[in-house]
Design a protein. Structure first.
Length: 224
């Protein structure tokens, strides 16, 4: 695991490339982590001590190229780094290792179950989440927890993450008009948090119900 030495002059985020210039293979590698980030922003709207990166370079050792997961979550960091926002995530500047990393597997495996898994173990990432939508005989969603330096596959769907006070899981739903299986955040009782679209729909239904009740009382809602 990389250990930061403040006496050494490590390069800053501004001096490092912000990506490995490798494009995402498909829409899901962008939509799934982006959706998790948007929902998290609603859940933690009052908090400013977290950051969720999407397709962003993580620099864990100045001698090594960065790792660029599809998504990652860090706690105990500034939500907003500065007005330019983060260019990349450098451990020697942040001093906080991501607590969760997400990889969405494309048509071609790129070491998600081997090389990347080992790299995240070495980095000390507490939770490694792998989602492989093309899988048929094995679970599409795997959540691994770091125990004594090694990842242990967790059971269940969703899986509770006590350090985050949230669970992560998968189920069918609709996002941006697309109906399929998505990844979601859940509360401790297993209740799924709503997407922005679902929140709007729920509020519209509430308003329509209220208007219907007013009309039954002989009150025109338009006059209020």
């Amino acid at each position: 695991m990389f250990e930061y030495n403040p006496q050494k002059a490590w390069p800053s985020a501004e001096e490092l490339p912000d990506s490995d210039d490798t494009p995402v293979d498909n829409e899901l590698q962008d939509l799934i982590p982006g959706m998790l980030k948007v929902i998290l922003a609603l859940i933690w709207a009052e908090r400013m001590d977290w950051f969720f990166g999407v397709d962003m370079a993580i620099y864990y050792d100045p001698k090594e190229p960065p790792i660029v997961p599809d998504g990652f979550l860090s706690l105990g960091v500034d939500r907003v780094f500065d007005e330019e926002l983060r260019l990349s995530y450098t451990l020697w500047e942040e001093n906080v290792t991501p607590i969760l990393v997400l990889e969405v597997v494309s048509q071609t495996y790129r070491g998600e179950y081997t090389t990347k898994k080992h790299e995240y173990e070495e980095m000390g990432v507490s939770y490694y989440v792998i989602y492989s939508p093309r899988r048929r005989r094995k679970p599409k969603l795997e959540v691994h927890r770091l125990v004594n330096g090694s990842y242990i596959l967790q059971e269940g769907n969703p899986v509770w993450l006590p350090e985050i006070d949230l669970a992560i899981g998968s189920e069918r739903g609709t996002y941006l008009g697309i109906e399929r299986e998505w990844l979601y955040w859940y509360d401790e009782e297993g209740k799924r948090y709503l997407t922005p679209e679902e929140r709007i729909q729920k509020e519209q239904q509430r308003v329509q119900t209220l208007e219907a009740r007013l009309r039954l009382l002989g009150i025109d809602p338009e006059t209020l």
